[in-house]
Design a protein around this ligand. Structure first.
Ligand code: SAH
Length: 223
């Protein structure tokens, strides 16, 4: 089976099992060639719904988990989004495609309003992600650095999400999200919970939990 057929089948199965809620998210997963974002020796497993090692002890989440986080972001057309943990860039590409899709659904042909920024700790992964993303035509800015700092230069964000798990939501990231926006990510060491926290006008957070998950831990400078 060719990659495209395998990808479409995988997404259809996820939709059937109610693991993907929004049509825009499903379309994004049907579009982004996950096999191009994993190491060459893993390409054959790219369309199994499994996490995969991406080098440097890191893993790319299973497609259903990427879909769940993307759905929870509840993206609106034109949103400015911050991602912490670029990895190989797969999830960033899915988010960019989802934004483009909801903009098309909203009647616009151009997706030039939405912006996606991503921070990656590991310089090699960041370089590779920049390369792969630009090869596939994604205009996503990747900063090599510590995600605990967020990315102040482009704040405020409408949405932020983490693909690695901190002990608690990083203050700097939360502060860079506008009131009315939200942060989605795994939280906890050992046992992790998927959290969505909406920022209220007074700056406080309304937290919802969305079940137990397993992501790589978010690294600190001394890890
Ligand atoms: N979303 C990625 C996979 C992410 S794996 C993809 O689709 O390919 C989690 C990533 O978080 C790893 O690349 C890891 O290096 C990164 N990470 C861990 N701690 C971090 C930190 N403090 N700041 C930024 N990135 C971090």
């Amino acid at each position: 089976m060719d990659f495209e057929t395998a990808r479409k089948r995988m997404v259809d199965r996820l939709v059937e099992r109610d693991r993907i809620e929004r049509e825009a998210t499903a379309d994004a997963l049907r579009t982004v060639p996950r096999h191009e974002f994993v190491p060459p020796e893993r390409q054959g497993a790219a369309y199994w719904d499994r996490p995969l090692p991406i080098g440097g002890g890191q893993t790319i989440s299973a497609p259903h988990m990427v879909a769940i986080v993307t759905d929870l972001l509840a993206l609106d057309p034109g949103d400015r989004v911050l991602e912490i943990g670029t990895g190989r860039g797969y999830h960033a590409a899915v988010t960019a495609e989802t934004l483009a899709q909801i903009e098309r659904d909203g009647g616009s042909d151009e997706s030039d309003d939405a912006e996606l920024y991503s921070v990656e700790y590991d310089p090699e992964l960041a370089d590779r992600a920049r390369e792969t993303l630009s090869e596939h035509g994604y205009d996503i800015d990747v900063r090599t650095g510590d995600g605990y700092e967020g990315w102040d230069d482009h704040a405020p964000y409408d949405r932020a999400y983490l693909t690695c798990a901190p002990e608690s939501l990083p203050d700097r990231v939360v502060e860079q999200v506008r009131p009315g926006g939200c942060v989605v990510g795994p939280v906890g060491r050992g046992r992790q919970t998927l959290v969505r926290a909406w920022r209220r006008e007074d700056g406080a957070l309304d937290r919802e939990t969305h079940g137990g998950v397993r992501f790589v831990p978010m690294r600190r400078g001394d890890d």
